[in-house]
Design a binder for this molecule. Structure first.
Ligand SMILES: C[S@@+](CC[C@H](N)C(=O)[O-])C[C@H]1O[C@@H](n2cnc3c(N)ncnc32)[C@H](O)[C@@H]1O
Length: 431
């Protein structure tokens, strides 16, 4: 019988994704890739991981189920790629019952190339900076500049009961509300600001406030200048102000922004900067205000955020967000998800939870780790199991904690099977 392999391969032209495929002939497959030049002759494919397995189709299907959210298109086996995700794919494959042996794993990680634009400015030394510091800042800025698309804001907001907006002040505290004077088609304007301006009357809003952080400019210490934008519309008047108080940075933690948050805002809506996400979540939760925001879907299993989910202070919104816009308004992919503290009735994703007695869960989707902890996969949840068990982030995002189950600890759970580390999960228990 011919051997069976799973491989992860990546094109040099598309380092944000990878293909997870199956083959009976590993060598031939890579040769095919290298001769298949596609759109560009310079495209080179390389293996990131290869292994031998006993049932490649089964593993391939289980990968499709497990990493459904990270799959780019339904018709292709392309998945999002970054160092952490790659580790998760490999851990999943290696802890699968059909895994036989590893053949190759690429250990050096692709470095991110950050382009810094040269300007007529004082030297780094004159500005008291080191090259390392500027690189760190540049990287942060790059990761933060993922803009939300209008259709994603619309799709999520449409899911909530219209009543929640009535007479409310919406605060978008990481949002450029008016682009600049050259921006005739609103391409620099935040989709959140545009959405609430366009739907102000329909939602019955009282006020929209957007604060804009001028942080990117500050990369070269040109001095940030934030502003507060206020919009009010009634049948008889439209009021629109832009104010740049002296010394105001526009940061969500600037005293002026905090004052608006605590004293004026009713509902906060935005996609905050990735690099400040932990601080952002703390400030927002401490304010006690309602919110609908975008963050990375992986935070459900990230220790800084798990307590919010465990204490039922936050839960997933309705939708995932795959596509964002770069500052050049080109589409880029990331694994975003909406999070909120506004009650959600009849979550459509409940149907993805397969809650049933343990003995009805197919054998291949349940197993016990080295410490006898039950692990269930593919959305299967035991309805009659009294002890703790471990699930991936998907059931949590699909509303498991609203179905009579609770998170047990403030950290994630890392199972080991035959001494091999498996990908991280959350420990839950039926209440
Ligand atoms: C992920 S982007 C999203 C922008 C916009 N909210 C949207 O959804 O399109 C996050 C934005 O926050 C800005 N930002 C970075 N640090 C900030 C801070 N401390 N306070 C407020 N905004 C910040 C970034 O410059 C970036 O434009």
């Amino acid at each position: 019988m011919s051997k069976q392999y799973i491989y992860i391969v990546q094109s040099s032209k598309e380092i944000i994704s990878c293909k997870i495929g199956i083959t009976n002939d590993l060598e031939r497959r890579l040769n095919e890739y290298n001769s298949m030049t596609g759109k560009s002759k310079e495209t080179v494919y390389q293996y990131l991981f290869t292994c031998e397995v006993s049932d490649m189709k089964q593993i391939e299907n289980d990968i499709k189920d497990e990493f459904r959210r990270l799959r780019e298109e339904k018709s292709r086996e392309m998945y999002f790629y970054n160092k952490d995700l790659f580790e998760d794919y490999v851990k999943f494959i290696k802890s699968h019952k059909m895994f036989t042996k590893e053949i190759f794993i690429k250990t050096d990680v692709q470095k991110e190339v950050v382009k810094i634009v040269k300007r007529e400015k004082p030297t780094l030394k004159e500005r008291g900076l080191t090259f390392k510091k500027v690189m760190q800042k540049a990287k942060q800025v790059k990761n933060d500049e993922f803009y939300t698309r209008y259709e994603d804001v619309e799709k999520e907001i449409n899911m909530y009961d219209a009543e929640i907006w009535k007479d409310k002040t919406v605060f978008c505290n990481c949002d450029d509300a008016i682009g600049d004077s050259e921006d005739k088609n609103n391409i620099n304007t935040s989709a959140f600001a545009l959405y609430f301006i366009k739907n102000f009357e329909k939602l019955g809003l009282k006020k929209l406030i957007c604060t804009h952080y001028a942080g990117t400019v500050d990369l070269f210490n040109s001095g940030p200048k934030g502003y507060v934008y206020t919009y009010i519309y009634t049948k008889t008047r439209t009021e629109e102000f832009k104010d740049s108080p002296k010394g105001y940075t526009g940061s969500f933690d600037d005293p002026i922004s905090l004052k608006i948050l605590n004293e004026e805002a009713d509902i906060v809506c935005t996609n905050p900067p990735f690099s400040r996400s932990i601080d952002y979540w703390k400030i927002l939760n401490d304010s006690g205000k309602k919110f609908i925001i975008i963050s990375n879907s992986a935070i459900v299993l990230t220790e800084s955020y798990i307590p919010y989910f465990k204490d039922n202070k936050v839960w997933a919104g309705f939708n995932e967000v795959y596509w964002f816009l770069t500052p050049k308004r080109e589409l880029t992919r990331a694994t975003g998800y909406w999070f909120t503290n506004i009650p959600i009735k009849d979550r459509p994703n409940y149907k993805r939870l397969k809650i049933m007695p343990l003995k009805k869960i197919p054998e291949k989707h349940k197993e016990y780790d080295d410490s006898k902890m039950l692990l269930v996969n593919n959305g299967y949840i035991p309805s009659d199991y009294k002890k703790p068990f471990a699930v991936s982030s998907n059931p949590i995002l699909n509303g498991l904690l609203e179905k009579g189950y609770k998170l047990l600890q403030d950290k994630r759970y890392t199972p080991y099977i035959n001494g091999e580390e498996c990908y991280a999960r959350a420990l839950v228990q039926k209440i």
